[in-house]
Design a protein around this ligand. Sequence first.
Ligand code: ATP
Ligand code: MG
Length: 352
Amino acid sequence: MNQVKVRIENLYKIFGRNPDEAMQHVREGCGKDELLEKYNHVLGLQDINLELHERSIEVIMGLSGSGKSTLIRHINRLLEPTAGRVLIDDEDVTAMSQAELRRIRQQKVSMVFQKFALLPHYTILQNVQFGLDLAGGMSAAEKADKAAYWLERVGLKGVEDQYPGHLSGGMQQRVGLARSLATDGDILLMDEAFSALDPLIRTDMQDMLLELQSELHKTIIFITHDLDEALRIGDRIAILKDGALIQQGTAQDILLKPEDNYVRRFVADVNRVKVLRVSAITSPLEMLPADADSSRAISVRINSRVEHLLNEVVLKDPTLIRVTDKQGHPCGFVSRESLASTIGRDDEAGEA
Ligand SMILES: Nc1ncnc2c1ncn2[C@@H]1O[C@H](COP(=O)(O)OP(=O)(O)OP(=O)(O)O)[C@@H](O)[C@H]1O
Ligand SMILES: [Mg+2]
């Protein structure tokens, strides 16, 4: 189990002239709509409690205006909370001095923006170096080496001396990513970082991020409102609505046990068979009836996709589906009922 890297506790953010006074109304039960209508304040975040794990890609999803950017900006304290705390490695960010904050922003937390935010009159190499210039403590040669290394890692060797304006959007975003990675921070905040890219380029960027992450094991906090992207890259997904956290869990949790209609609407169009893994529908061996018919048994790996299992079922019409763990040891079975309910579940999604 991964440790908690970022802990968000009872976080509220109210926008307006007098947030503290508005906070009183919220504490007394006033909701987002009422706060806006009656008191002309925006309830950006309400009572968010969330743990984000190290070595994970933690996705934050929600409709436009649900509070995603507001939430992520509290992590490096670009925004001050109206109430509540944010802790990084158990250090309270909301209580830090300006000097401590600077250290956190330069050494621990880096940000990748949707609109690349590159400096147009700096070369690509200088743009990547820029983050290192701010952090200080490195010789010019070290900085140049480091910048060149990360440019190579994001697939941009050879463009060091060009200017941002000469690069495509996808390439510019790679520069943005290299700039963030070069600072060696262990938390990466990515706010809709791939949203402005064409679908194919976007998929390439997702693949690159996954590949880098398999080696770097950072805490990546990734905002998107694209569910496919969330399911593809997220270890876990947190869903916000009107500034409140509705549900946090793995893709499997969200797909199989949506907390409410809002989440259900998000996942309604997802091809579950493509996304779910066999582990989500595996029953423990103890539950296998003693008289189970094993005349046509097949085995599947617990981490394979349900889609793969379905192909096997169609081909072999098994009487028993055994599940094996990563080492190949038997660890459970899939009943016909749970397989059927996974395939059939889309029918009921609309009515609830
Ligand atoms: N500086 C601000 N002043 C007033 N209201 C704000 C401010 N920033 C955000 N809000 C409001 O707070 C709420 C959450 O906004 P936020 O930008 O966090 O949403 P989001 O989920 O990132 O949306 P999007 O997907 O469009 O980026 C919205 O109602 C927004 O209008
Ligand atoms: Mg936003």
